[in-house]
Design a protein around this ligand. Structure first.
Ligand SMILES: [Zn+2]
Length: 254
C-alpha cells in the first residue's frame, strides 16, 4: 500500500502525495514547486494527478506538472480542470496501477458545482467539502446539496482516514466548541490537535468516526447543535438543512 505524505503549499493547503519507492501520485496540486522538489529529492516518478475541484489553490500546478511529465489527470467532469484527461463522476473508478491503488469517485457538490471525492485504501480525499471539524463554504451549490454531500461522506466506515485540502482544524474546533460546548470528545480533540500543531505536525488525517463525534456540520440533527442554531438565528428551526445553513452562515461571520 502506498504511503500518503502531505506536501504543504501556500499558507495552509496540503498536496496529498501517494508514494512507494519509485512512483508518486498527487491530489490537488495547487502549485507545482513543492511537488517537483519532493519528486526530485526522493527520486520518484510522477504517475497520476487527481483533482477534487477546479479552484486554483487545488489545480494551479497541474499544467506545469503535466509539462514535466505527461500523466493522466483525473478530475470532475463538469468543471474546468486544466489538462484534464480523465473526467470522472459518481461510481467511476480511478486506477493507478503503478501504486496498485484504486479509488471510487463520489460526487459531492456544494462547495463547487461538481466537486468529487476519491475513496480507496481506507482513505478519503475530499478536497474542500469535509474539513477536519468543519466543512467548506457553499460557493456554487445550495446548503441542501452540501449537507447531502457531507451526509454521503459521513456514511463511510468509522475508520476511514480523512485527507482534506486545508489545515483549518484548530480554528474549526474553536468554532465547533461555541456550537457544541459540552462535547467531551470535542474538548479532547482540541487538546490533541493543539499538541500536534505546537509540534509543527499536520492535524490530518482525521477519521470519519472522529468527525461524526465532533464535527458540528455532521451533527445537524443533534439537539445541542439545533439549539445553538436557533440561538444564532433568534428563531426556531429544526430541519437539518436549516440548521446546517445557520451554522454555515454563523461560521462565515465568525
Ligand atoms: Zn475550494
Amino acid at each position: 500500500m502506498p504511503e500518503i505524505v502531505p506536501l504543504p503549499a501556500f499558507q495552509d493547503n496540503y498536496i496529498w502525495t501517494l508514494r512507494d519507492a519509485k512512483s508518486a501520485a498527487v491530489v490537488d496540486p495547487g502549485e507545482a514547486r513543492p511537488v517537483k522538489e519532493y519528486l526530485a529529492r526522493e527520486g520518484l516518478t510522477l504517475v497520476a494527478i487527481l483533482a477534487t475541484h477546479h479552484h486554483p489553490d487545488h489545480v494551479g500546478g497541474v499544467e506545469e506538472l503535466v509539462a514535466m511529465k505527461k500523466v493522466p489527470v483525473f478530475g470532475p467532469k463538469g468543471e474546468p480542470i486544466p489538462a484534464l484527461t480523465n473526467p470522472v463522476g459518481q461510481d467511476d473508478k480511478v486506477e493507478i496501477p503503478e501504486l496498485a491503488a484504486s479509488f471510487s469517485v463520489l460526487d459531492i457538490p456544494g462547495h463547487t458545482r461538481a466537486h468529487v471525492a476519491y475513496y480507496g485504501l481506507g482513505s478519503l480525499f475530499c478536497g474542500d467539502t469535509l474539513f477536519a471539524c468543519g466543512c467548506g463554504r457553499v460557493f456554487e451549490g445550495t446548503p441542501e446539496q452540501m449537507l447531502h454531500s457531507l451526509t454521503k461522506l459521513a456514511a463511510l466506515p468509522d475508520e476511514t482516514r480523512v485527507y482534506c485540502g486545508h489545515e483549518y482544524t484548530l480554528a474549526n474546533i474553536r468554532f465547533a466548541r461555541t456550537v457544541d460546548p459540552h462535547n467531551a470528545a470535542l474538548a479532547a480533540r482540541e487538546e490533541r490537535v493543539k499538541q500536534l500543531r505546537d509540534a509543527g505536525r499536520p492535524s490530518l488525517p482525521s477519521t470519519l468516526g472522529e468527525e461524526r463525534a465532533t464535527n458540528p456540520f455532521l451533527r445537524c440533527s443533534e439537539p445541542v447543535v439545533v439549539e445553538s442554531a436557533n440561538k444564532y438565528l433568534g428563531a426556531r428551526v429544526a430541519n437539518p438543512v436549516q440548521v446546517f445553513a445557520a451554522i454555515r452562515e454563523w461560521k462565515n461571520k465568525s
